[in-house]
Design a protein around this ligand. Structure first.
Ligand code: TRP
Length: 336
């Protein structure tokens, strides 16, 4: 039996929002009690797009501060940034040689991000999934919590693991990772358009709730959130084609850890204004303390650096020993 180990990566961004929290970080916090967990700020993935160096650095701090403020515990989990552990890049190169160009070309995320001008996209963007596979497999992680949009990359990680194990005749060397796509993780949608994901790049700040928003702003944003004129339904099936209503109800359910059925039992038949004020209360109660803590942590760069250093040390210990093993399997030697 392989040891069960969770790995996940988050791109460094400033200004994390409710979608990042409910869609990923909240689940990471829960997993800490069930698995050995490794959480990585994937700064090397971030540079597949052009980044402003100063901004990139501050985004790394902002992300680690948001992790900790949300309840990730550096004593329980390994929290670090990808660039600190060089074995990620080393294994990514190996995987560049294992994976096939055809596999890369099939990735929908690449197609979407490269757009019409594929020839002009960075090579890094094309081989992005190989680095992601390296992130996971350098720790021989067995479980990866991700959103729907990363499922294809996880499939590819499995294909790479299988091909490596097969090519180098080392059956079961790399584990075949399992996605952890929990029912409770909801995709949080924009408050302005229930068909679009909540996103930091949306022009309207009213489309999202940022973790650092204060109470007044959260109240205002929820009050202004788009709904329809029909009262809240009593059955889940009646939420179909009511994307905005479904989104607000799912946020309420997720933030309070109650099922959608229960929410509908409580609010079914009522109008949105009653519901929205309750929703606002719950969001404020959960998010404002996190926002306050982020602001406090960001003032203490020494502490955040310490967390990243400690995490990098622990990660590097595992990764270094595994890359040696992997090089040995391939016939490469490390004399340093
Ligand atoms: N590609 C992931 C995303 O954009 C981030 C990521 C990088 C990741 N490496 C990973 C997620 C390894 C899970 C495991 O969300």
């Amino acid at each position: 039996m392989q040891k069960q180990r969770v790995f996940s990566g988050v791109q460094p961004t400033g200004n994390l929002h409710l979608g990042n929290y409910l869609g990923a970080i909240k689940n990471f916090v829960d997993l800490q009690n069930k698995f050995e967990c490794i959480y990585c700020i994937v700064d090397l993935h971030a540079i597949t797009n052009r980044q402003d160096p100063k901004q990139l650095k501050s985004n790394i701090f902002e992300t680690v501060a948001s992790f900790i403020a949300s309840g990730l515990d550096p004593e329980k989990s390994i929290i670090f940034n990808q660039a600190s552990v060089s074995a990620h890049s080393e294994l990514a190169w190996v995987f560049n040689c294992v994976a096939r160009i055809g596999w890369m070309n099939r990735m929908t995320q690449f197609k979407e991000k490269a757009g019409a001008n594929k020839e002009n996209a960075s090579v890094g963007l094309l081989v992005y999934p190989n680095l992601m596979a390296a992130d996971i497999l350098i720790y021989k992680a067995t479980h990866v919590p991700v959103g729907e949009d990363q499922k294809q990359h996880l499939e590819l990680t499995r294909d790479i693991a299988k091909k490596f194990n097969n090519d180098f005749k080392c059956e079961n060397y790399f584990p075949i990772v399992q996605p952890l796509i929990s029912e409770e993780i909801s995709r949080v949608m924009s408050l302005k358009d229930g068909k679009k994901k909540m996103s930091k790049s949306d022009d309207s700040d009213y489309s999202r709730i940022n973790l650092k928003d204060d109470k007044d702003l959260i109240d205002k944003k929820i009050k202004k959130a788009k709904t329809d004129s029909t009262p809240i339904p009593t059955k889940i099936s009646e939420l179909k084609n009511r994307d905005e209503a479904a989104n607000l109800i799912s946020i309420y359910s997720n933030i309070n850890n109650v099922s959608v059925e229960k929410v509908l039992k409580e609010f079914g038949g009522k109008n949105f204004s009653t519901f929205k004020s309750k929703l606002s209360e719950s969001v404020v109660e959960k998010i404002c303390p996190i926002g306050e803590e982020i602001k406090k942590l960001l003032k203490d760069e020494g502490y955040l650096t310490g967390v990243l250093e400690k995490g990098a040390k622990k990660a590097d210990l595992i990764a270094k020993s595994n890359i040696k093993e992997i090089y040995d399997i391939i016939g490469l030697a490390k004399f340093s």
